[in-house]
Ligand binder design. Structure first.
Ligand code: BT5
Length: 253
């Protein structure tokens, strides 16, 4: 399955909004909406995603899932995250996936994924996969507006990188991974790339609900498994993971 059509903007509100509208108007499978700048870029739960002009990659893929892919739609976030990791690995970096949708380099966020679905009645018509990646240092917002520390490819590599090159490699990785959507191999790659595995974490699930415990891994539907302090296995479908803050008391002997 190759590329569909491409729409390029020098500035746009959100590529995901444009992709959702285009999906409803019949965009072919694997079409891409890309913009140099976003003025209303979105993360999950309507959090902002910043894309200053000339600094980053911000694009959305429109997929029309096949019948074979439909049972595995919840894995697209992992597939997208792995597609971002591959080119970073080619640069000699060690990216990790902070469940569910963040890509980290040395515990700093370099990229995020936003998945949205277009329904036709009870059926999924399209999956829109939004990807934002900080290429230059100037892409990273000031720390006071971030929930988590950010970084860029330029900071990690100590040199500038052509955005086109990275885009091509992410799309190439996506194309080669896509046939693996239903495979155990994809899940193994996803699990291997998972940040904080075996570590004590805190997962905020919204509405004030929190799980704390050891991050064990991901299940085949992409949900997270955490072993809580009562040694109970908890499955989390939705949430934000952070390392559990140290709460023990240090005793000076
Ligand atoms: C995400 O949400 O990380 C998903 C980001 C998806 C962005 C792409 S860009 C193309 C497409 N069009 C869109 O409108 N969106 C997609 P979440 O996990 O909710 O993280 C959001 C949080 O990331 C914000 O609350 C900020 O703290 C932080 N953040 C915002 N911009 C950032 C940046 N450039 N680098 C690092 N962190 C950032």
């Amino acid at each position: 399955m190759g590329l569909g059509e491409i729409k390029y903007f020098s500035s746009i509100g959100s590529t995901n909004d444009e992709a959702l509208a285009w999906a409803n108007k019949g965009a072919p499978d694997f079409s891409v909406v890309i913009s140099d700048e976003q003025t209303m870029g979105r993360g999950r739960m309507d959090r902002p995603w910043f894309t200053p002009a000339g600094t980053a990659l911000a694009f959305s893929l429109i997929l029309r899932p096949t019948t074979a892919e439909k049972p595995f739609l919840s894995r697209f976030v992992g597939l997208a995250a792995l597609s971002i990791c591959k080119p970073l690995q080619t640069f000699g970096l060690n990216p990790q996936i902070k469940w569910p949708n963040d890509i980290l380099l040395s515990n700093r966020k370099i990229a995020g994924v936003l998945i949205e679905l277009v329904w036709a009645g009870d059926d999924i018509k399209c999956v829109v996969i939004g990807i934002g990646l900080n290429v230059l240092k100037r892409a990273v917002p000031d720390t006071d507006v971030l929930r988590f520390p950010g970084t860029s490819l330029e900071s990690a590599l100590k040199r500038e990188v052509q955005r086109e090159e990275v885009l091509r490699d992410i799309l190439g990785a996506f194309v080669s991974l896509r046939p693996e959507l239903g495979s155990d191999d994809l899940m193994n790659q996803w699990g291997t790339a998972l940040a904080f595995r075996g570590k004590q974490v805190r997962v905020e699930m919204g509405a004030g609900k929190t799980v704390v415990g050891r991050l064990e891994g991901i299940l085949s539907d992409g949900s997270l498994r955490v072993r809580d302090d009562n040694n109970k296995s908890v499955t989390v479908q939705f949430g934000d993971v952070s390392l559990r803050p140290f709460t023990g008391i240090l005793i000076n002997r």
